[in-house]
Design a protein around this ligand. Structure first.
Ligand code: PMP
Length: 386
């Protein structure tokens, strides 16, 4: 049977890889509520605690009253309202670029950039652990597709030197979403400059979090001027939804003309843009959020290390505990759940085979005693007295 979906689903089950969404009965913040029970939540990407910030919520509500709930059309028809324009200008200013362009989400931003910039005869160079949206964008573009080992700038340099492609685009996550480590951007920038290539950084997990003003990975590593294409998402550190690409005037005009995921889709609601204007200024000004987060990260790492867990090479809020076997990671996640903690097990194909993990994420919405409680629960799992 060509469409034997039941067999495919059964196989997924047998591999212990079947997934389904948990219905959340409340906001996704410090806590999560599922099936009537409240959990301490260690799996959101709301790193700065802005998703439920009262001033951001008020901005959203007021803008919905002023501008409506839906934008009504795509940007190039009549969906581009004043808050979208203001947010694009504020984002460009925040990351020190001539222009920025909003997309409905990060997945579409990445697909849009790569399909607009690349085609047959070009080549895209990916870190092996790049986010799915970057990989998909590269495939859809029709460019030759190369992958280099994770964070390996000399492997990249070799591939660039051997390539005779017309345009060469090197693409990397700034902070890796499942590992929490950061890309060696200065080395990549040099390899690109030496080989007439462009560097694109997807800073979904760095924006708001890294650098003293939350300008992200490229500022934290002092390479902003050397990264022609910067992509950031709004649904993580900034606490709302959507994404943007920032760069030169010519880059943004190119995307407006040629990025199909910008052109052929409804603009995000203006209320989201208005709320993001507020969360962006809070992310920039409220340094205490990053300071608190850094202290929580340090505290968690020390405690987990003392318990003998395998931490990854991460100083960011993404602090996975490497477990290995899928079933073991799932069991640990379940044992934590029974104790009142929401921590998701991440399994292949999202991560490589044999590297299932608990993806613990920290947020400025947490308190130190939340982290202590998680560490106590992890210790109980280890002693198997749950
Ligand atoms: N890039 C990276 C590195 C991500 O982690 C994500 C989200 N998981 C995206 C892009 C996609 O962003 P969005 O959720 O806005 O589609």
């Amino acid at each position: 049977m060509a469409f034997d979906l039941a067999a495919d689903l059964a196989a997924r089950h047998e591999q212990h890889r079947y997934r389904h969404p948990l219905i959340q009965d409340g906001p996704c913040g410090r806590y999560a509520v599922v099936d009537g029970r409240q959990y301490l939540n260690f799996c959101s990407n709301d790193y700065l605690g802005l998703a439920n910030d009262p001033a951001v919520i008020t901005a959203f509500q007021e803008a919905a009253a002023d501008w409506g709930v839906g934008s009504g059309a795509s940007h190039l028809v009549c969906g581009h309202q004043r808050p979208h324009q203001q947010l694009e200008e504020a984002l460009a200013d925040h990351v020190g670029r001539e222009r920025a362009l909003l997309f409905s989400n990060g997945y579409m931003a990445n697909m849009g950039v790569m399909t607009a910039l690349l085609g047959k005869g070009d080549a895209v160079f990916h870190d092996r652990l790049n986010h799915a949206s970057l990989l998909d964008g590269g495939l859809l573009s029709g460019a030759r597709f190369r992958r280099f080992s994770h964070n390996d700038s000399s492997a990249l340099r070799g591939q660039l030197q051997r390539s005779d492609a017309r345009r060469k685009l090197v693409v990397t996550d700034g902070v890796f979403s499942m590992d929490g480590d950061v890309a060696p951007l200065a080395d990549y920038a040099t390899a690109c400059e030496d080989n007439d290539a462009w560097l694109m950084v997807d800073d979904a997990h760095g924006l708001g979090v890294l650098d003293a003003q939350g300008r992200g990975s490229v500022f934290a590593q002092g390479v902003n001027k050397r990264v022609p294409v910067l992509m950031g998402t709004l649904g993580k550190g900034l606490g709302t939804a959507g994404a943007f690409v920032a760069g030169s005037h010519a880059l943004i005009e190119t995307l407006i003309q040629f990025a199909r995921t910008y052109i052929y889709t409804t603009a995000m609601p203006a209320a989201v843009a208005a709320a993001t204007l507020v969360s962006l200024s809070k992310a920039r000004e409220e340094q205490w959020r990053r300071e608190k987060l850094a202290a929580l990260i340090q505290h968690f790492r020390l405690g987990a290390e003392q318990l003998g867990f395998s931490l990854m090479d991460s100083t960011t809020p993404i602090q996975p505990l490497l477990i290995g076997a899928d079933q073991q990671a799932l069991a640990l996640s379940q044992q934590l759940r029974e104790q009142g903690f929401l921590v998701i097990a991440i399994r292949p194909p999202t991560v490589p085979e044999g590297q299932a993990r608990l993806r613990v994420t920290l947020s400025a919405a947490h308190e130190e005693n939340d982290v202590d409680a998680l560490l106590v629960a992890l210790a109980r799992c280890q002693r198997k007295d749950v």
